[in-house]
Design a protein around this ligand. Structure first.
Ligand code: HEM
Length: 439
């Protein structure tokens, strides 16, 4: 069954010329990729007047691979907004425990990773062993989670792939990694949704929430902090084989001391905010690519050496995190001939960089033999690269290994709207698939 446009989707206007392009208005996600073509051709650096970090400054959307790769590799010249916010909080002189309306993740950054060197140490010492290069330790657990989910619908011939596979998989995996009981997954999922609220409901390229929305978010997340604290206390007394237990016991070499409860809470917050929807949408969009591009399913099923290419090309063509406004210029810059003054806010559009024809030959093709296939910017790059790339790649690899093992073919089932969720992530709210089971 082919993808057919539905009413609601076609009612959202597809940009034809530069003046039609607005990446951040409601419904814009339905035509992001058409907009990237126009931006690459007519405005690879798009100025957003008055949309900078402070009054009188501007924002700039970067869409070219070379520009974004340069920015993320040089955090001194292009400091991350989060680091500037942490610097300001440190200057306030208040201890992290006393800060109001500051989430645990930011509070923990004040002490655990206020500098680039500490950022690196934090990743290497605290997260890499669990969700980075050390993620392999979870292979058996992830395979179990994948098979349990498939078992529930394999005999039905059809599945709502988002709610029955792509969403619950990272939820189960991250609960296991952190050491939370599986009966708490629904609560963790709710907290995860509250954490990413700005990326879904936030306005404009800065993902701004109203005061009321922020207050509501803090109320929802109050319970999360207490919940994590209870687990931290229990695991301090009786450590098990999980990431929180590890964090309660480890001596952080870079600071020569153990972590406080608040710091552990902050690391856990970061794992939940980063680790759920991102992988969910990677899986969901990969399933769509298989339905849309004939021959790919059979090619990968019959030659598993191509699976890595499929996963990476899927993330390149449909980056779950399409773009973030997370860097500032510390000096006057020129990108693609456009002057960008010091103090401007840069919106890094990873998804557009990934289909930049100056970087990728035939950028819209899913090539199972593309050279240097993982050089896309879906996880960013440089010292601030996503710390969870290892576990996300592993989840996607195991998910597709078992799906290719257990299914013969997939196609769209009737009834899909193909409408995307609002905000900055690329993903449909549901995806109905039909499939043939392997004998
Ligand atoms: C396909 C899945 C994922 C995508 C597309 C993705 C994408 C990104 C991107 C683009 C950034 C920003 C980097 C920068 O500013 O240069 C980021 C940061 C981050 N990601 Fe991911 N991510 C994914 C999965 C994960 C997972 C599974 C986790 C946790 C287990 C995670 C945790 C984080 C955290 C904590 C940060 C903030 C940086 C830090 O605190 O060190 N992400 N991610």
């Amino acid at each position: 069954m082919q993808k057919t446009p539905n009413h609601a989707l076609s009612a959202i206007r597809c940009p034809i010329a530069l003046e039609d392009v607005d990446l951040f208005s409601p419904g814009a996600q339905e035509h992001w990729y058409e907009a990237y073509e126009i931006l690459h051709r007519d405005a690879p650096v798009l100025r957003l007047p008055g949309e900078g970090p402070t009054p009188g400054t501007d924002g700039f959307v970067l869409t070219k691979y070379a520009d974004i790769a340069r920015v993320v590799r040089d955090p001194v010249r292009f400091p991350p907004t989060l680091s500037l916010a942490v610097d300001q909080l440190r200057q306030s002189g208040l201890p992290p425990e006393q800060l109001q309306q500051t989430n645990a993740m930011i509070a923990s950054m004040m002490t655990l990773r206020p500098t680039i060197d500490l950022w690196r140490a934090h990743r290497q010492e605290l997260t890499d062993p669990w969700v980075g290069p050390g993620a392999d330790r979870h292979t058996a657990m992830i395979t179990r989670c994948v098979d349990d989910l498939i078992d529930a619908w394999i005999d039905r011939g059809e599945v709502e792939f988002v709610s029955e596979f792509a969403r619950p998989l990272p939820q189960r995996v991250m609960a296991n990694v952190l050491g939370f009981p599986s009966e708490d997954i629904p609560r963790l999922a709710e907290w995860g949704t509250a954490q990413v609220k700005a990326f879904v409901y936030g306005r404009g390229h800065r993902n701004l929430l109203t005061k009321e929305q922020i207050a509501e978010q803090f109320e929802l997340l109050d319970g999360f902090k207490e919940y994590v604290n209870e687990h931290v206390q229990a695991k301090r007394r009786q450590p098990e084989d999980d990431m929180i237990s590890f964090l309660t016991q480890v001596t952080y070499g870079a600071l020569g001391r153990k972590l406080t409860d608040l710091e552990i809470n902050g690391v856990v917050y970061a794992m939940i905010i980063g680790g759920l929807e991102t992988t969910q949408y990677a899986l969901e969009e990969q399933a769509q690519l298989l339905c849309e591009r004939p021959g790919i399913f059979a090619a990968v099923k019959n030659d598993r050496g191509k699976l890595r290419h499929f996963v990476e090309e899927g993330m390149r063509l449909r980056a779950p995190t399409q773009g973030l406004s997370t860097r500032v210029t510390s000096q006057d810059e020129v990108f693609q001939g456009v002057s960008v003054p010091a103090g401007s806010l840069l919106h890094l559009r990873w998804a557009a960089a990934n289909i930049d024809a100056d970087e990728f030959e035939c950028p819209h093709e899913l090539q199972l033999d593309r050279k240097a296939v993982s050089r896309h910017l879906t996880f960013s790059a440089g010292p601030r690269v996503c710390p969870g790339a290892g576990i996300s790649r592993l989840e996607q690899t195991i998910a597709w290994t078992r799906l290719f093992d257990r299914l013969n073919a997939i196609e769209y089932a009737p009834g899909n709207t193909f409408m995307h969720q609002p905000g900055i992530m690329l993903g449909t709210l549901e995806l109905k698939l039909r499939f043939e089971k392997s004998r």
